[in-house]
Design a protein around this ligand. Structure first.
Ligand code: SF4
Ligand code: SF4
Ligand code: SF4
Length: 582
């Protein structure tokens, strides 16, 4: 029951179960109490709404559940004890999880995020209690350092080292921040953690605060995440009521509390110095570094900023030990990574995989391959500032160094799969539109440079590309990368550089032949009708906005290309595949 599940109809399904329990007097019929509860995201968004029915410890999972399926599930399965076979998940459902390793998401989909007791029943808050009573702050930092944990928000800086630098500063008070300003289009990792199990983050933050000696923390969270904000506030309140936040937490002498600050709605506020400015009530604009926040952060005091996923890793590390964590992953990238797997993939959803897994395993095993049997063209990682990794690197290991080596990056965990019908120039333009619009305008290379880059990409996709445009894009992209003030400008050119590196031929076709090989860029297309396939139904003629189509009923129609404005309406509406584009 997270935002995705609710959008798919989980509230209606829950209401239907409630109504059916009452109507069918289920408790009386089965002579037991039948309880129902919500859980957070389980990851397999594509199969929503998912429902588990557990009888005497035996769990059956149903997929694509709609309210009208509920009476049968109640009567046949709950009352009569016979599962409804045709609605049960199959092997492909279980395969989605086989190669995954759940650390951060271990309890997502198991507990009710609005009930702290369910987290406690699974051992929640036991680790922070032990840390507070048995460990010194320096030991905590040593454990995090030894685990090899790197920040999951983008840059991948070693978390323990950052904590150590902050703890070593004399200035007080120190602050701790959780960056939940997840702004990448298509990314929903942090949202799902908070909506599914906010306590794992709160416990991790409590441990971090103890380690660096910070009495106050902030969660800077997107205002566009109303359910996550609500569940976070409920979780914080429940933690306060139990003495897990506030004065002397968990019966110790350590005071700690967490405040919630709603994001200002700008992508750049995810950058740590802009985020700090925003909490301070200033306009969210990045500043030059150094000094880094660990030295001079919130209100000029030493501050640690980590994102939701990083904080959610802390409790498992402290619980299971640094060695356990370091045993997962690749040489320089330890642990797991959560990705939002989207695009032209069969199984879209939220996945958590060990670092070092191959792209092939993610796309073809977990993701189930490309939708509609099409060919994989590229994988875009790292959000709008990431790079496009071509199909030939399908066996690339997914870790910080490997992604960087092919011109992409880990970012916060967006992974968009592109197939043969995607135009790489057009996709690049889409990402540039986003970063250009989100540039805060403080520094010239990013403010003007991204605008010029977007202008060049736009004219290429509209058939106005000129000889020399590719080199101009490369030169300008490198200039913007090298001279921008913050990560947004430094990484915004990544999609351009990676697509030119791997898909130069597509740029050349757009510029020199005025063709879009993927047949996406409408201004470069010609629409025509194949007379042998046309049955003369007239639908295209009726829907053409400029009367560019002529023809008698039941006879082949024709497009007047001199009048056609290439809107594509005829192509979309023809049921006989008689309209072609080239
Ligand atoms: S790089 Fe862009 S977003 Fe960052 S400070 Fe400069 S103008 Fe603002
Ligand atoms: S919609 Fe298709 S079949 Fe009908 S007239 Fe147009 S091209 Fe022919
Ligand atoms: S592409 Fe649009 S304008 Fe052109 S013929 Fe088809 S419907 Fe008419």
């Amino acid at each position: 029951m997270d935002t995705g599940g609710i959008a798919a109809g989980s509230l209606e399904v829950m209401d239907a179960f409630r109504a059916e329990f009452e109507k069918a007097e289920v408790d009386a019929r089965i002579e037991k109490h039948c309880a129902m509860h919500q859980v957070g995201c389980r990851g397999f968004c594509d199969r929503d709404v998912l429902v588990d029915i557990t009888i005497d410890g035996e769990r059956t999972t149903y997929q694509y559940v709609k309210p009208d399926m509920v009476p049968r599930l109640v009567m046949e399965h709950i009352v009569s004890g016979s599962p409804v076979e045709e609605w049960r998940v199959g092997d492909d459902y279980h395969k989605f999880y086989t190669l995954q390793k759940k650390v951060v998401l271990a309890n997502n989909g198991k507990i009710d995020p609005e009930n702290i007791q369910e987290y406690i029943d699974l051992g929640g808050y036991e680790t922070v209690r032990r840390v507070l009573t048995e460990m010194a702050p320096a030991e905590v930092i040593e454990t995090i350092k030894a685990s090899g944990l790197r920040g999951r928000g983008g840059a991948g800086f070693p978390s323990g080292l950052k904590w150590e630098i902050c703890a070593s500063k004399e200035a007080v008070p120190k602050y701790l921040i959780c960056n939940a300003d997840e702004g990448d289009p298509g990314a929903f990792m942090d949202r799902s953690v908070i909506e599914g199990n906010p306590h794992t983050m709160i416990e991790g933050m409590s441990i971090g605060a103890f380690a660096i000696g910070a009495p106050t923390a902030y969660v800077y969270i997107r205002a566009e995440y109303p359910l996550a904000v609500e569940r976070l506030k409920i979780a914080l309140q429940q933690a306060r009521e139990r003495g897990f936040l506030g004065k002397g937490i968990h019966g110790s002498t350590f005071d700690f509390d967490i405040k919630v600050k709603l994001g200002a709605g700008a992508f750049v506020c995810g950058e740590e110095t802009a985020l700090i400015a925003s909490i301070e009530g200033e306009r969210g604009m990045p500043r030059a570094k150094p000094p880094y926040p660990a030295d001079k952060g919130l209100w000029g005091k030493p501050t640690i900023i980590n994102n939701v996923e990083t904080w959610a890793n802390i409790t498992p590390i402290m619980k299971n030990g640094a060695e356990w964590f370091a045993s997962i992953g690749s040489e320089n990238s330890k642990g797991t990574k959560v990705f939002a797997l989207t695009g032209k993939i069969r199984n879209t959803g939220l996945i958590e995989v060990p670092m070092g897994i191959s792209l092939r395993d993610i796309i073809f095993d977990i993701g189930g391959g490309i939708k509609g049997g099409k060919l994989l063209k590229a994988v875009q990682t790292g959000g709008p500032s990431g790079g496009c990794i071509p199909q030939q690197h399908i066996d690339l290991k997914v870790d910080y160094e490997s992604l960087k080596s092919v011109g992409s990056m880990m970012g916060s965990g967006g992974m968009v799969v592109l197939d043969e019908t995607d135009c790489m120039v057009n996709i690049t333009k889409f990402f540039l539109e986003f970063t250009q619009a989100e540039s805060c305008g403080k520094c010239t290379p990013c403010r003007i440079g991204t605008k010029r880059l977007l202008e060049i990409l736009t004219r290429i996709t509209e058939g106005e590309g000129k000889k020399g445009d590719i080199n101009l894009l490369v030169d300008l992209a490198n200039d913007v990368k090298d001279s921008s003030l913050c990560g947004l400008g430094m990484s915004a050119p990544n999609p351009i550089l990676s697509t030119i590196k791997y898909f130069r031929h597509e740029y050349e076709a757009h510029i020199h032949q005025k063709k879009c090989p993927a047949k996406v860029c409408r201004k470069l297309l010609t629409f025509f009708i194949r007379e042998d396939l046309c049955v003369g139904c007239g639908m295209c003629k009726k829907n053409c906005p400029v009367k560019a189509i002529s023809g008698e009923p039941k006879k082949a129609h024709r497009v007047n290309t001199a009048v056609c404005i290439k809107c594509g309406a005829c192509y979309d509406i023809c049921k006989f595949s008689a309209v072609l584009k080239e």
